[in-house]
Design a protein. Structure first.
Length: 747
C-alpha cells in the first residue's frame, strides 16, 4: 500500500504546485511571460534564461495537455547583415492560422489589413509592435525585429510545451532536468523543432554548448561591465522586482559574441528585454538610451520611450474597443496629444486629422451610406444614424424574387402577375398596380423570362405604362420616346442598359433590359404596410410576406405566386424540384467555371464579399446558367445583380467585365462610352426642348453605354454637341439651322 501513499503525496504536491504558480501569477505578472530576444536568448515561463542558437522554425509555446490544441506559437530566426532578427511568427488559434512577417500578415493564407478582428482575436500592427490578443487567454507581441513575448492566462499552468517550457512554476525541472537526467539547452531546443517539408536547416550541434562555456570563461572581463550596468542605482526599481543575474550573464555573452565590434551595440537587445520585463513586473525602467549608447532611430515624427503604453492610440483603433492591457514597453511612440495615423501612414497627427476607413478612406466630415444607415467620419470615428430609406423589391433572372422585406424565393411563371399593388386612399401614398409578365423563354421549357412590365397609374386600366424586354416604352399601347415627362412621372434612359421611372410620390422603378430584363421596384417609407402582391406587404416582417389576396399566408412560393395571377385563365404553375445542371454536363461545367468568379478571393467581386455574401448569387448563377438558352446572358445578369447589391451597400464594383461579359463593354455605338457608374439620365437633344431637361440622381449607379459629358444623343442615336442638336416640334425634328412658322411666328 506504500505506493498509494506515494502517489497521493505526489498528487497533493502537484495540485499544490499548480495552485502556488497561479497565486504567484497574481502577485508577479512576469511569471506568466515567456520571451526571446537578441541572437539566441530565451526566458521560460518558469524563469530560466538560456541560450539556443537554432535558426529553424521552432515551437515557442503550445497548449500541449489537451486532445484539442487551442493555440500554438512558432517562430524562426535568421541572420540579416550580421544582425539576428526574427523572420516570421506563426500563431494558430483554434482554426485560424496567423502568419506574421514584418511586411505582410495572412490569416489562413489570405492577406489581411490591420487592425483585424475575427473569432475573438484582435491583431494590431503599428510602428511599435505587431500584437495579437485572443480571448482564449494568449497575447503575442513581436517588435518586428529580434524580440517576441508571449503572455498566458493562469488557466494554462502546467499545460504548455515548447521553448517556453512547461509553465509548472518549477525552474529547470522538465526543461533541463528530464526523467532524472540533465540535458543541455541545445538538446532541449532541438526537441522543439517544427519539421517542414523541404526545410533543409540543420540543428545546432550540442558541442556548441561546450564551446559556449569555454567562451564565457574567457570573457570574464565583461562581467564587471554588465554587472555595473544592470545593478546600478538607475535600475533599482527593476532589480527589486527581478533578479538581474540571468540578464547579466546574457549581457556577458552578448559582449563576448561581438568583442571585435562595438560592444555597446551588442548589449542593447538584452537591456531592452530587461526593461520590458521590469515594466511588466510593475517597475519603472530608466531612460537608459543616449545618443551615444544604443540610440534608437524612430520613424516619422515619433519619439523613443522606455516605458511607453502598448495601448498607443492610432486612428484605426479609435473606432474600436481594444483588448489592450496597459503593461509598459519600450519603443517608438507619438508625443502626448497626438495619435499615430495607421490609415494613411502620415506619422503622428492630431486626432482631429484622423481619417476613417470603410472599403476606402474617408476624411473627417465625409459621409457614406449603406442600406438604411448614414455614417459620418468624425475625427477617426464613425457617427451613424438610421435613415428612412426606400425598400426595394426585385425580380431577377426571370424567376428570382426578393420582397420589400428581404424574403427571397424562386417561381417560374407563365402569366401576368401582380407584383405590387397599393389601394390606399391616403393622399401621401397614391394608388397604383404593377403587373409583371413572366413567360417561358424562347425554345426553352425550363427557362423563365420577364417579357413586360405594366404600371396601372391610380389603378386605372385606361392609364397604363408598359415596358417590354426589348427596351420599348408604351403609354396606353402607343410607343413613346424618352425622356418622357408627364405630371408626377419622369422616365429616362440611365444608360443603354437601364431605364428609370421616377415619381414625385415615392415610387421608383429600374428596368434593366441588357442582357436580360430585370426589374427593381423601390418604395419610400410612406408605403409601409400598404402593399400586396409578389413583393410582399412591406411591413418589415419576413414570416407573412407570402400572403394571398384572401389574406392567407402560404407555405410555398408556387402556391403563393399562383394566387396573384392577373388572368384567371392562366394555368397554375407547378413547383420545380429538379436541378437544371443535372440535365447537361457541359452546361454544369460552364456554370461552375464562370460562376466561381463570384467566390474567388482574387476576382473583382472579392472587395464586396465582406458586405454582400456571394454564396446566394453563386447558387443563382449556376442555376440560371444551366437553365438558360443563352448561358452567358444569364451568367452576366447574375453578375450585374451582385454588382447592384454591392452598390446598395456602398461598394461600387468596376472592371468585373474584363474577362467575362466583355462583349457588352465592346458593343457601344461609336460615339458612346461604356461606364460602370452612370448616375444621371442620358441627356438627349429632345430633352433640351422640354421643361424636364435633367433628372434627379437619387438612384444607384448603373453600367452601360452613354454619351460623354457635354454631348447629347440625337434622333439617330449619335452623340453630338449642343450646337448640332436639332429642335423638336409636334413630333417632328427640325434640323439645326432650319426655320419654321409656329403660330404665325417665324422660328
Amino acid at each position: 500500500m506504500w505506493w498509494r501513499c506515494v502517489w497521493l503525496c505526489f498528487l497533493a504536491l502537484s495540485v499544490s504546485s499548480v495552485i502556488d504558480v497561479q497565486a504567484r501569477l497574481v502577485r508577479n505578472h512576469v511569471s506568466s511571460i515567456c520571451s526571446t530576444w537578441g541572437r539566441e536568448h530565451f526566458k521560460t515561463f518558469d524563469g530560466d534564461v538560456y541560450q539556443f542558437p537554432g535558426i529553424c522554425e521552432y515551437n515557442l509555446v503550445s497548449d500541449c495537455h489537451e486532445s484539442y490544441q487551442e493555440f500554438s506559437v512558432h517562430m524562426k530566426r535568421k541572420d540579416k547583415d550580421g544582425y539576428p532578427t526574427v523572420s516570421h511568427v506563426v500563431v494558430t488559434i483554434n482554426d485560424l492560422l496567423f502568419y506574421l512577417t514584418k511586411d505582410m500578415i495572412t490569416v489562413n493564407g489570405i492577406p489581411v489589413k490591420t487592425p483585424y478582428y475575427n473569432g475573438g482575436v484582435q491583431l494590431e500592427n503599428n510602428a511599435v509592435y505587431i500584437k495579437l490578443q485572443s480571448k482564449v487567454g494568449i497575447t503575442v507581441t513581436w517588435n518586428g525585429d529580434d524580440a517576441v513575448m508571449v503572455e498566458l492566462d493562469a488557466d494554462y499552468v502546467n499545460r504548455t510545451c515548447g521553448l517556453c517550457g512547461d509553465f509548472n512554476g518549477v525552474s529547470v525541472h522538465n526543461e533541463f532536468i528530464h526523467d532524472g537526467r540533465k540535458i543541455s539547452p541545445i538538446e532541449f531546443g532541438n526537441k522543439q523543432k517544427v519539421h517542414r517539408p523541404n526545410d533543409d536547416c540543420e540543428d545546432p550541434s550540442e558541442e556548441e554548448d561546450e564551446s559556449l562555456e569555454a567562451v564565457l570563461d574567457s570573457c570574464k572581463e565583461f562581467q564587471t561591465t554588465c554587472n555595473q550596468m544592470l545593478r546600478s542605482e538607475h535600475w533599482s526599481s527593476c532589480t527589486k522586482l527581478i533578479n538581474p543575474e540571468p540578464y547579466i550573464q546574457a549581457c556577458v555573452q552578448d559582449m563576448c559574441g561581438c568583442a571585435n565590434s562595438t560592444n555597446d551595440f551588442c548589449v542593447c537587445s538584452t537591456l531592452s528585454e530587461f526593461s520590458r520585463q521590469c515594466s511588466h513586473a510593475g517597475g519603472e525602467p530608466p531612460n537608459w538610451r543616449t545618443p551615444q549608447f544604443c540610440a534608437k532611430q524612430c520613424p516619422y515624427n515619433m519619439i523613443y520611450e522606455e516605458s511607453g503604453s502598448p495601448c498607443m492610440d492610432t486612428c484605426a483603433l479609435l473606432d474600436t474597443s481594444s483588448l489592450c492591457e496597459d503593461h509598459k514597453i519600450d519603443g517608438c511612440f507619438c508625443p502626448p496629444g497626438t495619435v499615430f495615423d495607421d490609415i494613411s501612414m502620415r506619422g503622428c497627427i492630431a486626432q482631429s486629422e484622423c481619417q476613417c476607413k470603410h472599403n476606402k478612406i474617408y476624411n473627417s466630415g465625409e459621409v457614406y451610406r449603406q442600406d438604411r444607415e448614414e455614417c459620418t467620419c468624425v475625427e477617426g470615428r464613425w457617427a451613424c444614424q438610421s435613415l428612412q430609406t426606400p425598400a426595394t423589391c426585385a425580380v431577377e433572372e426571370g424567376s428570382h424574387v426578393t420582397t420589400f422585406d428581404g424574403k427571397t424565393y424562386t417561381f417560374h411563371g407563365d402569366c401576368y402577375y401582380t407584383l405590387a399593388k397599393v389601394e390606399s386612399k391616403d393622399h401621401a401614398s397614391p394608388k397604383f398596380t404593377i403587373l409583371v409578365q413572366l413567360v417561358p423563354c424562347a425554345n426553352q421549357e425550363f427557362d423563365t423570362c420577364i417579357k413586360s412590365l405594366k404600371i396601372l397609374l391610380n389603378n386605372d386600366r385606361n392609364n397604363v405604362l408598359m415596358f417590354t424586354s426589348d427596351g420599348t416604352v408604351k403609354q396606353n399601347m402607343q410607343t413613346i420616346s424618352l425622356p418622357y415627362h408627364s405630371g408626377d412621372i419622369n422616365i429616362f434612359h440611365a444608360s443603354s442598359f437601364h431605364i428609370l421611372l421616377q415619381t414625385s410620390y415615392g415610387l421608383q422603378i429600374q428596368i434593366q433590359h441588357v442582357p436580360v430584363m430585370q426589374v427593381y421596384v423601390s418604395l419610400e417609407q410612406n408605403y409601409r404596410a400598404k402593399t400586396r402582391g409578389l413583393c410582399g406587404n412591406y411591413n418589415m416582417v419576413l414570416s407573412d410576406d407570402m400572403k394571398t389576396p384572401q389574406g392567407i399566408v402560404e407555405g410555398t412560393a408556387v402556391t403563393f405566386s399562383n394566387s396573384w395571377k392577373a388572368n384567371l385563365m392562366c394555368r397554375d404553375r407547378e413547383e420545380r424540384l429538379e436541378d437544371p445542371c443535372s440535365l447537361s454536363v457541359e452546361n454544369e461545367l460552364y456554370a461552375k467555371h464562370w460562376c466561381a468568379l463570384l467566390l474567388s478571393p482574387d476576382s473583382d467581386f472579392a472587395q464586396c464579399h465582406s458586405v454582400v455574401d456571394p454564396e446566394m448569387y453563386y447558387k443563382r448563377c449556376t442555376y440560371a446558367s444551366c437553365n438558360c438558352e443563352k448561358s452567358e446572358d444569364c451568367l452576366c445578369a447574375v453578375f450585374s445583380s451582385y454588382a447592384r447589391a454591392c452598390a446598395s451597400k456602398g461598394v461600387f464594383l468596376t472592371d468585373w467585365r474584363e474577362n467575362v461579359c466583355d462583349k457588352y463593354t465592346r458593343s457601344c455605338p461609336a460615339s458612346q462610352i461604356f461606364s460602370y457608374k452612370h448616375q444621371r439620365c442620358q441627356l438627349t437633344c429632345r430633352s433640351l426642348g422640354t421643361m424636364q431637361q435633367s433628372c434627379t440622381s437619387d438612384f444607384l449607379p448603373v453600367d452601360g453605354c452613354s454619351c460623354s459629358e457635354g454631348l447629347y444623343l440625337n434622333e439617330n442615336g449619335i452623340c453630338v454637341p449642343m450646337a448640332k442638336c436639332p429642335c423638336y416640334h409636334n413630333e417632328v425634328y427640325v434640323k439645326s439651322g432650319k426655320s419654321i412658322n409656329i403660330k404665325e411666328e417665324h422660328w
